[in-house]
Design a protein around this ligand. Structure first.
Ligand code: GLU
Length: 549
């Protein structure tokens, strides 16, 4: 009996060959230098910031040279699959407008692209054809080691301080004859298929990771599992080989954790004589925790999950921008030079990634976002707020729509000017900063009085102001002059310089008096421009609020 008999016995119904698939998925017709990237998540968990980082890098590298960015659902570990994970990935890609050029969604039966199926569990026959040829050539074999046997091997290796794994003499079925192997198969034993490694651990090879640089690695000599009979699916290593080859990926962008698998992947590509794609192993995302810097954690850090950014209502621009800033060290400088360019116009260089870890900082995100939001028109902020509140705050959504013009006017305070106010980092902030503008929400638990706290004095200031000085139709200068007159009348300095020269001459100054008015009508000591707020609140509401004190 020959290896061919063994291969036929294993896969009797597989008739297509590798050559057939090569024809079916020919080299892509793309411009020179165009890159083909893919996001290849396993739906075993919810998307986190590290995944998103990969997506952004995939996207920017593909778009730069009119390449292709595709999505591949790596669902070979079906036992660990989480319901809704794929739908969520799709949602994130749509939300951030990073939709791939090619993809397939099982639920909606949507598919786009000529290199599918893009779901691994639908590619069983393709993998089998590749494995069948490998078995036929004597480069892979079925292995019947049980978990118990493997545990014993591992214990022995560890006791003798030998390298762990199934290789050389530990690979019990490596040199079995096709007859012997077929005999086991006939008995119905569960099996895996292992690569019959031709590597030598004592030999080294050079490997160039675009982000991490050139490295020298030991050759693989493990008879790695490439297929499991229990699921009829390949392992990640083998699916990576077949899919990235047939889908004509040029750049594999994936997490650091795959770095240790390079020797296996290198050997697999060599065994088939396929060109190795370029690799970018992305850094860990780090965060500052007190004075320590540590890996961001899905368990400990809410910002590690992508849901965080939507729940807070960060503009998509800001989140992508924050990622680009940590992904390439010269991005910020480029952005300064090109404030209005799309991030895909940036000439992304994997060499300018930081392999040792990318420090993600929420303050930085807030800054980027505040800057961005401050430059939007009030109507644009309203639209963002409307979208956000529709999903996350229906009470506020009703209010802002009921008083739409009023809300836009509030959002317009200190906007569209040379130095706009930068107070909203995300849409969640908006309600927290302007709730007092809506009577429906105006329930004061605490007035933030500052220097003047005496209730009688506060009431006196407000009474005199309302009865003698306040006139709804005043322009800003007149309004302010009247506040100053009020100060003069009540013994407060209307001029700060004079006050500073001799504070003992005054009960306080114009800032203290303005604060009393501000707090009386909003309860807050820090608000946008008081004149504008008063103009929008209007006389009746102002008087009502003053009477509430
Ligand atoms: N399915 C693998 C993972 O989620 C993908 C790694 C890769 O991009 O090749 O880690």
């Amino acid at each position: 009996m020959t290896n061919k008999d063994l291969a036929d016995f294993l896969f009797p119904n597989i008739n297509k060959t590798i050559a057939d698939y090569e024809k079916e998925y020919p080299a892509r017709d793309l411009p020179e230098n165009a890159c083909v990237t893919r996001y290849a998540p396993s739906p075993t968990g919810f998307m986190h910031i590290g995944n998103f980082y990969q997506v952004v890098v995939d996207y920017v590298i593909a778009k730069r040279n009119n390449g292709v960015f595709y999505l591949r659902n790596e669902d070979t570990d079906q036992a660990r699959e989480i319901e809704g994970a794929v739908e969520y990935i799709r949602h994130v890609l749509e939300h951030y407008k990073l939709l791939p050029d090619e993809y397939e969604f099982r639920d909606t039966k949507e598919t786009k692209g000529n290199y599918g199926p893009y779901i691994q569990s639908e590619r069983k026959d393709i993998y089998k054809a590749f494995i069948k040829e490998l078995v036929e050539k004597g480069k892979a074999y079925p292995c019947f080691l049980t978990q118990e046997e493997m545990d014993i091997i591992r214990e022995n290796q560890s006791a003798k301080k030998a390298r762990i794994g199934i290789y050389g003499k530990f690979a019990k079925y490596r040199n079995a004859t096709p007859e012997e192997l077929i005999e086991h198969l006939k008995n119905g034993e569960s099996y895996t298929i292992r690569l019959k490694s031709e590597g030598d651990f004592d030999e080294k090879f050079k490997f160039d990771d675009l982000a991490n640089g050139e490295m020298e690695l030991h050759e693989n000599d493990l008879d790695t599992i490439i297929y499991k009979s229990s699921t009829e699916l390949p392992t990640y290593h083998f699916a990576h080989l077949v899919d990235d080859h047939l889908m004509r990926t040029t750049h594999v962008i994936r997490g650091q954790e795959w770095m240790s698998s390079i020797p296996v992947h290198y050997e697999l590509f060599k065994t088939f004589g396929f060109e190795l794609p370029k690799y970018i192993h992305t850094p860990l995302i780090l965060k500052k925790d007190g004075d320590k810097i540590r890996k961001i954690s899905k368990r400990l850090d809410p910002e590690a999950r992508m849901t965080y950014y939507e729940e807070k209502g960060y503009p998509i621009y800001a989140v992508i921008e924050a990622i680009m800033t940590i992904a390439n060290s010269n991005y910020e400088a480029w952005r300064e030079q090109n404030p209005d360019a799309n991030f895909t116009e940036f000439d992304f260089s994997p060499k300018k990634m930081s392999p040792s870890g990318a420090l993600f900082d929420l303050d930085k995100l807030d800054n980027i976002s505040k800057n961005y939001i401050s430059k939007l028109k009030a109507t644009e902020v309203f639209d963002l707020l409307n979208d956000y509140t529709k999903e996350y705050d229906t009470e506020f959504n009703e209010l802002i729509n009921k008083y739409k013009e009023y809300t836009i006017n509030i959002l317009n305070i200190e906007r569209e000017q040379e130095k706009p106010r930068k107070d909203y980092a995300c849409m969640k902030d908006v309600r927290e900063l302007i709730w007092y503008m809506y009577d429906e929400l105006y329930k004061v638990s605490e007035y933030e009085w500052k220097n003047i706290t005496d209730k009688d004095e506060i009431k006196n200031i407000l009474n005199v102001y309302v009865n003698k000085y306040y006139d709804e139709s005043d322009d800003k200068d007149t309004w302010f002059n009247k506040v100053k007159e009020l100060c003069d009348e009540l013994g407060y300095a209307s001029n700060i310089k004079e006050y500073k020269a001799d504070p003992s001459k005054f009960k306080g100054n114009v800032a203290d008096v303005s604060t009393v008015i501000r707090v009386a009508i909003t309860s807050k000591s820090n608000t946008p421009d008081l004149y504008e707020l008063m103009r929008l609140l209007g006389k009746e509401r102002i008087i009502n609020r003053i009477n509430m004190i």
